[in-house]
Design a protein around this ligand. Sequence first.
Ligand code: ZN
Length: 530
Amino acid sequence: MLLTNGRIYLMDAWDTVVDTLVVRHGRVAFAGRRSEVNVAGAEEIVDLGGRAVVPGLVDAHGHLMHLARGRLTLDAGGARSEAEVAERLAARAAKTPRGEWLAGRGWDQNRWTDQQWPTRVSLDRAAPHHPVALTRIDGHATWANSAALAAAGIDRATSEPTGGRILKDERGEPTGVLVDTAQRLIQRAEPRPSADRFDQAVTEAIDECLAAGLTGIHEMGAELYAIASYRRLVEQGQFPFRNYVAVAARSESTWSLYRELGPETIGDGRVVVGALKLMADGALGSRGAALHDAYCDDPGNTGLVLIPADEITRLTLEAAELGFQVCVHAIGDRANTLTLDALEATLARGPWPDHRFRVEHAQILTERDIPRFRRLGALPSMQATHCTSDMEWAAERLGPDRLRGAYAWRSLLETGVIIAGGSDFPVESPSPFHGLYAAIARRPRSGEDRGWQPQQRMTRAEAMRSFTSWNAYASRQEGELGTLEPGKRADLVVLSDDVFTCAAERIKDITPVLTLVGGDIVFRATYSPA
Ligand SMILES: [Zn+2]
């Protein structure tokens, strides 16, 4: 295939721009000037019409399994009140046989006027005959009704697991909200979707990612049933995407299997199971992020540590010996300190020259911890849209002092580290252009905000690298992905607008026009604005 008449950004070390690419056997065979190629042998010629072409955009922190699950369940996203979620639930319950579980995701009490936790009472009224479990937008809290609590055996006598909270009312009865590890009590009782339904949902979720402009993701915490689905789809030639999978350590059956198996490549690199995902703390929105000092808006609460530091060290050693990369979720400053401490302890026990240890989110950092990433060789994996979504209320949680080390992209880059860029979808939209815009403008997509801590912005080149070549490095795939140099996989996106030269305001509205994964056309816009 010959792609010509474009502004093709190779994103190599020299920032080379060419007008023509030749793709052969799924890889870039040539990148240069049209006059240098003999077009006679080309099977297919694509006239790019002067458009910009970039290497495949990869989301370094997404959840395909959850995006797929979300397609089978109630969407509670965007609701403005507890009552609105209950209304949506009642409509769903009316069409669902009695006794069947109703799952859902996406509610966010920070968007409601009172900003109070919801309770089971409203769900009981909306769906008295179905067990209901609705996950908060960030996945760090579950809101259940009485039937679901009963099915899971949760009552006033149930004790809180380590790293979890069961919210209770003044009489000691569970209110229905379960935070962090306490969610597992419900998840264990909830039935899984059938393989057929789930495969279909994964197919739709991949289509959603492709339409958003992605060619691949790093999935931060997948379970066996999801990996089994990806395998079936790859074997049927129905996986037009790349997924670098980190196994969820909290799913014991998944990690115990991969501990025996070691890292695995499925179907010529479409799916690579190469990492282990650990969770050090909760999230800021549900006040589960572990902080050194209490929340400004919740005195006495310093968040939740989900795993002891010596357990991070033990699992990191175990995974590294088996050849797995380790990715640790750490949002609060205390979680980041203990994660970096654990890495330091691991490194003291033996040389791991190319460990590429990742800290997922690295969201709130003390001044002291910022240079430790570079020193230890740890890679921060960050989601720029979290910053623009959280900026309205992050200050209330953290206060002005801690904000200085929050979403501190520039401070980190200045120490010499690279940042893997992602979205954490379905917490945020999978659109990489939303992420690029947030990283570059540090401003919400709507509204008149002038930008928040503008000194922490990324340049366009840095933001683009965080979704391409830096992500390839952060998944040990820089030999295959991340740039359009000859020999690399032909994963690329033709853009509706040039991300390097268009007005900054337009970056958020860029859409993919044509997308190739491994040289195959996997997405073509039905309409593309001129
Ligand atoms: Zn995540």
